[in-house]
Design a binder for this molecule. Structure first.
Ligand SMILES: C[S@@+](CC[C@H](N)C(=O)[O-])C[C@H]1O[C@@H](n2cnc3c(N)ncnc32)[C@H](O)[C@@H]1O
Length: 357
């Protein structure tokens, strides 16, 4: 095969960079990634823009963009969904097809627009046929909602289960995607924060779900202790199981309940770093984040939704209000978009350093 653009990535960063390339629509499907002893080569559709490249390089200076000759192997089964359906759907139908989908372990989670509802079974069976690692295909039937932020799904094809095991950053996560929140799209963000953790830090992992942030930190960095706080009984059940599966029970303490109640009772003044991955209502928990930090301060990773037209001013003013109330000084050390939510709304993250005035 001729030489094509690729990203050369240290193996330890491979999963998160792959997610990042997929999300930014530059991952080239249909060419099998290659590897050397320490690096993985991902095929990409075009050279990355300087902004995307510098974002990636912040996670590891060893990440490089290069031309790479991918070895000829039997063609990948994961063909493009649109190509695979072109003889079975009309061009009008193909124009409505959403060919990108999330994969959580052995489950593909697809979106079917209303124009293609009567074709959903064909689409689901095609996903199964073209991707041999997938055993189940589910369709999203609504947005994330309720206090547990669960997304309703309907089984369409394959094994009749919504339980699976997903792998990320050397860790395994068992979960039932119909009963808990989970997004593989935040993989890059989890790796980014993991790399900021200093030896012996105590971390408050609010809204911990089935444990992705907490377990990745406990397993891949030198934390002293991670306190997970989670409300959803199903997420708590899987988090407990995942602590065992990843052998981090000694380091991760799982506190079941509401952040509003758990922090004043158990976590006041104990943490060096807080992660707050609840973008819908995170700002209602800023008091708890400030209260959980050690008296000398620390770092808060605050996630929220924001309109593209005005990304940071609301979040910064909320942070300043709470800082004033707690008599703390804050410095925004980083702010960026970490996920697109809709055409006009994005999820942002602010890394906030908190110190004594
Ligand atoms: C957006 S999800 C993030 C889950 C996980 N951190 C992840 O990235 O997969 C938010 C989680 O916070 C939990 N949650 C919502 N309100 C909560 C509260 N007041 N106290 C503790 N957990 C809460 C939900 O049940 C849900 O699992």
């Amino acid at each position: 095969m001729a030489s094509i653009p690729s990203m050369c990535v240290p193996k330890i960063k491979a999963e998160s960079v792959k997610q990042f390339l997929i999300q930014n629509k530059v991952f080239r499907f249909g060419v099998r990634p290659d590897h050397s002893q320490d690096f993985v080569f991902f095929p990409i559709t075009q050279k990355l823009s300087p902004i995307l490249l510098s974002k990636l390089k912040k996670s590891s200076s060893k990440i490089k963009q290069s031309m790479h000759t991918f070895p000829e192997k039997e063609p990948l089964q994961s063909l493009n969904l649109k190509d695979s359906l072109k003889n079975q759907l009309s061009s009008e139908e193909l124009s409505h097809l959403i060919s990108a989908y999330d994969i959580v372990g052995s489950i593909a989670v697809i979106q079917v627009p209303k124009e293609l509802m009567n074709r959903k079974s064909l689409i689901a069976k095609t996903v199964l046929k073209i991707n041999h690692s997938i055993q189940t295909v589910c369709m999203i039937t609504g947005g994330h909602s309720g206090k547990y932020r669960i997304q309703p799904v309907k089984l369409l094809a394959g094994k009749k289960t919504t339980e699976t095991v997903y792998k990320e950053h050397n860790c395994l996560f068992k979960m039932d995607i119909a009963k808990v929140f989970f997004s593989p799209r935040l993989s890059f963000e989890r790796a980014r924060i993991n790399d900021l953790i200093q030896p012996n830090e105590v971390i408050g992992s609010f809204f911990s779900g089935v444990g992705p942030y907490s377990i990745i930190f406990a397993k891949n960095s030198n934390t002293q202790r991670v306190y997970s706080v989670e409300l959803n009984p199903s997420a708590v059940k899987y988090h407990k199981l995942n602590n065992k599966l990843n052998k981090v029970e000694e380091k991760v303490e799982l506190l079941k309940g509401d952040v509003h109640k758990i922090v004043p009772k158990y976590l006041k003044g104990t943490c060096d770093r807080i992660v707050m991955p609840l973008p819908e209502t995170g700002e209602l928990f800023l008091d708890e984040a400030f209260a959980a930090l050690k008296p000398e301060g620390g770092m808060i990773h605050f996630y929220t939704f924001a309109p593209r037209a005005d990304l940071y001013s609301h979040a910064v003013s909320e942070l300043e209000k709470v800082a004033k109330k707690f008599n703390r000084k804050i410095k925004i050390v980083r702010n960026e978009i970490c996920r697109t939510f809709s055409a006009s709304v994005v999820q942002i993250v602010l890394d906030v350093s908190v110190s004594e005035p």
